[in-house]
Ligand binder design. Structure first.
Ligand code: PEP
Ligand code: MG
Length: 594
């Protein structure tokens, strides 16, 4: 997180002391975007700058220059296809869409026409025209208020550099020493995939956010990454010793002996805990007093189902279906969705699959053609779906048609009123009746759940839990909206406190109400993955968690340390506390005693 006063005159995000003092330990705070600690040598990854001649073209070499541009496009496509193959091998098909989208861009007739036309009319060399054309879009992306556009700028940057490099038939530089920590100003998805072949221990970058593609890829590859570190790439150098902690977003350069020893110990404990917990992952989780706790997975792509059972997940508690939008804006057709949902439901039946309706808009996927002044408070989630019934109808129909095993439920995002729930329910009923009458095989009506992620939904929790089959608490947005702290804004990250008493009391209230009204309650926000929060949530009466798959084994093994009676006492105590510091201290003391 940047020192706020620094924002006024510098981009430096340094804390503790001036890291330019050679060999002194320095600590930097960024955004932890993929968990894990790593200790090792830094490798400063700097993209080679190609030297191109700047000259006006004459009549004889204009067509030669256009040919050179078209060949560069072809070579770039060949490279991307290879990267796509590596991605499929390492991560399955889900992420390879990223490169498909980049390849499609290389075929964009408007772009090709614009660049070729300008080479011809302005007699400028290809690299200059490519640079100018791409920079025009890049500027728009970078200056966009929308986080997703800002993050996708890295991909656009990557395509530009790739084409320019390929004008000179230069080979891609991607082999680096084995086992280093890579530092760079920015990295593209392709860089991460290619560099990871050299067993990179971790990555640090100046730019990027928690939801950027590079963050998601690192999480899937299980490689720690800290992003948003300001200008760290200018402060570190190859060979420098460093520690990175992808959970806290901390980077320490030239660690002194004491720091090194403490992180080595932390790392050892983490590895040991992981090994211990992977043994218990396959077993059902029960508390010390024998209460069964269920862990589901939060997933973004169907390919993640391949490892579902091995990680100990007992179903999918949150499928973020908005990931089916290609290039961020193209609505998937009903038939595509049907095939996708059916494949997922069949792969995990009889385990449940909770499909969250497209949570588009806000800072996630751009749908609105209008530039919203405050997108997180704007046209997002269920609001868009109600206004654009053709999208909602297609998604509901696809989910109902795919529910032949009866294991699909529908989760509605951004609920602020019971009217929204009633409306979606009525539409589901209408489609179900039609589809069930036409279907060859028996179709089950999906259960309906509401995301509790806006304070209004907490206020209405009694009414909401009486009109849904289940609720799922989205603490990421609930924290954002309750504390009025943008979840993606690094400037106010220190205020994004999940243990804020307001959040703690809301969670207690929501879970208590759901249990009273016999409505199933689940948590699917990041707080559900936090070991410190676990006993509190159990004490509130929560029995279902949906978390990132890599956290399931660890959480399952922790559950057996607690008995419900003692967690209930803890929860009662927590809701009386008035500050985050007190809540955290109380939870830490409880954790230490177990
Ligand atoms: C949340 O808001 O906590 C949540 C799980 O949904 P998302 O992170 O996709 O907004
Ligand atoms: Mg949310």
């Amino acid at each position: 997180m940047p020192e706020k006063k620094e924002l006024l005159n510098t981009t430096s995000k340094t804390t503790k002391q001036d890291p330019s003092v050679k060999d002194c330990e320095a600590i930097y705070a960024g955004i932890g975007a993929s968990r894990g600690i790593c200790i090792g040598e830094c490798y400063s990854f700097v993209r080679e700058m190609c030297q191109h001649e700047i000259r006006e073209l004459d009549d004889n070499n204009i067509s030669e220059e256009i040919e050179r541009f078209l060949s560069a496009l072809q070579r770039s496509e060949n490279e991307l296809k290879k990267i796509e193959q590596v991605t499929i091998k390492k991560l399955g098909k889900g992420y390879s869409n990223l490169f498909e989208a980049q390849i499609m861009m290389l075929h964009d007739p408007v772009l090709i026409e614009a660049i070729s036309g300008r080479i011809q009319s302005e007699r400028k060399p290809a690299h200059l025209v490519i640079e100018e054309e791409f920079d025009h879009y890049l500027e728009k992306f970078i200056n966009s208020d929308n986080q997703m556009f800002q993050e996708r700028a890295d991909d656009l940057h990557d395509i530009k550099n790739r084409i320019i490099r390929n004008l000179q038939i230069r080979k891609l530089h991607s082999w680096i020493p084995e086992g280093v920590i890579v530092a760079s100003d920015n990295l593209s998805s392709a860089d991460i995939i290619l560099l990871s072949r050299s067993n990179v221990k971790g990555f640090i970058t100046d730019s990027g956010g928690k939801t950027s593609h590079i963050a998601l890829i690192c999480r899937s590859l299980n490689i720690p990454i800290v992003v948003g570190l300001g200008n760290i790439s200018q402060k570190v150098s190859t060979g420098m010793q460093m520690i990175i902690d992808g959970s806290t977003g901390t980077v320490i350069t030239n660690p002194d002996e004491k720091t090194l020893a403490s992180y080595l110990k932390k790392n050892e404990e983490a590895i040991k805990n992981e090994a211990d917990s992977s043994l218990t992952a396959a077993l059902p989780a029960t508390t010390k007093c024998g209460i069964r706790i269920t862990f589901y997975a939060n997933i973004d792509f169907k390919e993640e189902l391949q490892t579902l059972v091995a990680t100990g997940a007992e179903g999918v508690g949150l499928f973020r279906s908005e990931n089916l939008f290609t290039e961020g804006t193209k609505v998937p057709r009903e038939s595509e969705q049907y095939a996708y949902y059916l494949e997922m439901a069949e792969a995990i039946t009889p385990m449940p699959l909770d499909i969250r309706l497209f949570d588009i808009g806000g800072d996630k996927l751009i749908y609105s053609p209008v530039k919203e002044p405050n997108p997180n408070l704007g046209w997002r989630g269920i609001r868009i779906l109600i206004d654009l019934p053709e999208i909602l109808d297609a998604q509901l129909r696809a989910a109902i048609r795919a529910n032949i095993h009866g294991n699909i439920d529908i989760l509605i995002p951004m609920i602020i009123s019971v009217d929204e729930i009633r409306l979606v329910r009525a539409i589901i009923d209408k489609h179900y009746e039609e589809l069930a009458a036409e279907a060859d095989s028996q179709l089950e009506k999906p259960g309906v759940g509401a995301m509790i992620e806006v304070p209004a939904a907490v206020e209405l929790i009694d009414e909401i839990t009486r009109c849904v089959d289940f609720i799922s608490i989205g603490t990421n947005d609930l924290t954002q909206y309750t504390l009025a702290v943008d979840r993606n804004n690094v400037i106010v990250q220190d205020l994004f406190e999940k243990f804020h008493p307001a959040i703690i009391r809301q969670l207690h209230r929501v879970i208590t109400s759901a249990n009273k009204n016999r409505c199933k309650a689940m948590i699917c926000g990041d707080m559900g993955s936090d070991p410190l929060a676990l006993p509190f949530l159990l004490g509130c009466g929560l029995r279902k968690f949906s978390v990132v798959v890599s956290d399931i084994a660890k959480l399952k093994s922790l559950v057996s340390r607690y008995s419900i009676a003692e967690t209930e006492v803890l929860a009662q105590k927590c809701i009386t506390l008035g500050t985050s510091t007190e809540v955290k201290a109380c939870l830490e003391a409880f954790q230490a005693a177990h």
